[in-house]
Every structure is written in C-alpha cells, then in structure tokens.
Write a protein of this length. Structure first.
Ligand SMILES: Cc1cc2nc3c(=O)[nH]c(=O)nc-3n(C[C@H](O)[C@H](O)[C@H](O)COP(=O)(O)O)c2cc1C
Length: 172
C-alpha cells in the first residue's frame, strides 16, 4: 500500500472487540514511534505499553470526556516525553503519535489519539498529572497524548481525495 493509500484509509477507531492484538503488530507500531523524527535527534519520548485492564480504566478517566474508548482498548501506548531532554516535547510526541496511528491503520489495528495535554479530568485535575500519578513519573515528564488500540468492532469509511479543501493552499 502506498503512503497516500494508508493516509486515506486511516480513521479514528473507538470501539473494539475483545480480540488480542498480535504481539508483532504492537512491536511494529512501537517501531514507528521510535523511528519518528525528533528535533535535534534528541529522542525525548518513552513509550509505556499498557494492557492491564485496571490501568486502562484509570487512563479512560484521565479526561472528563473523549477518553472513554481507553476502557475497552486492548492496548494503550502512553507517550511520555522528558521535557528536560527537548523543549520540542510537544512536537516530538505528536509526530510519534501520528506515526504510530498511521502504522496501526496500515496493520488493520483500530487506533485513536487521546489528547492529554491541556485537558482536565471530571474532578478538574490536569489529565497529564492524573496519568503521571498512575505511573509515578517524575515532574519533568510531559504527556501530549495516548494512543488507544484494539481490533476494530466497526470502522468508518476511509477518507477520499474529494474531501480536500484546496482553498487552504496558497501558491506564491
Ligand atoms: C491532536 C489530536 C487530539 C485528539 N484527541 C482526541 C481525543 O481526546 N479523543 C478522541 O476520541 N479523539 C481524539 N482525536 C481524534 C480526532 O477526533 C479525529 O482525528 C478527527 O475527528 C478526524 O477523524 P478521523 O481521525 O477518523 O479522520 C484527536 C486527534 C488529534 C489529531
């Protein structure tokens, strides 16, 4: 499949079956995150692979809304970034998440980005702090987001080139 075909096929998937994701596919998704470019090649990201149901449930409550899919996910990958290694932790984490999201789609694994940075839990705690407490992380770590993964129980149609809004492009 070409990169454009993968980009068109990629959709956010939030409902999953109880099936296990094959281990080799998780490895490939992690390879995509670890191979993502980072500013000055600082590589500040660390990838926490979560299969434990209790932790998945806690992560699903890290935000007031938009994180419930994590409760029924087979696996979640929390991307922690060491903000002392790179002041570009937001960019570096985002690119890693996007690469892993694309790789999951290429492998027919349902995936969805769950935003943590700038979000709050139902009891008004910073989502990042809720997540860091779960794993007892040092304060230097930051969390842009979590990738939720599972075998899709339903998947929206892929994107189409006709959706592109060409008015957003300017040539000079
Ligand atoms: C930065 C970013 C944050 C996102 N955060 C969430 C989120 O917290 N919860 C969620 O269900 N989807 C989240 N998404 C998924 C978007 O809602 C989704 O990509 C968008 O609606 C387009 O749909 P598609 O991915 O199926 O093309 C996020 C996506 C991005 C890029």
């Amino acid at each position: 499949m070409s990169l454009l075909e993968i980009i068109l096929k990629r959709r956010s998937v939030r409902t999953y079956t109880d099936e296990e994701i094959p281990e080799n596919k998780i490895e490939k998704i992690l390879q995509a995150g670890l191979l993502a470019p980072t500013s000055r090649n600082r590589k500040p990201c660390e990838f926490y692979v979560v299969k434990d149901k209790e932790i998945l449930e806690k992560l699903s409550k890290s935000k007031a809304s938009g994180s419930s899919m994590l409760e029924n996910a087979n696996t979640a990958i929390v991307v922690f970034a060491d903000s002392e290694k790179a002041d570009t932790w937001i960019e570096d984490s985002s690119i890693a998440l996007a690469y892993m999201d694309l790789m999951a789609n290429e492998l027919d694994i349902g995936s969805c980005w769950c935003q943590s940075h700038l979000r709050f839990s139902a009891d008004n705690k910073k989502s990042e702090e809720v997540i860091k407490e779960i794993f007892s992380m040092d304060s230097k770590y930051r969390v842009v987001g979590i990738l939720s993964l599972g075998i899709a129980s339903s998947k929206p149609e892929g994107h189409n080139l006709s959706e592109i809004d060409e008015s957003k492009i300017s040539y000079f």
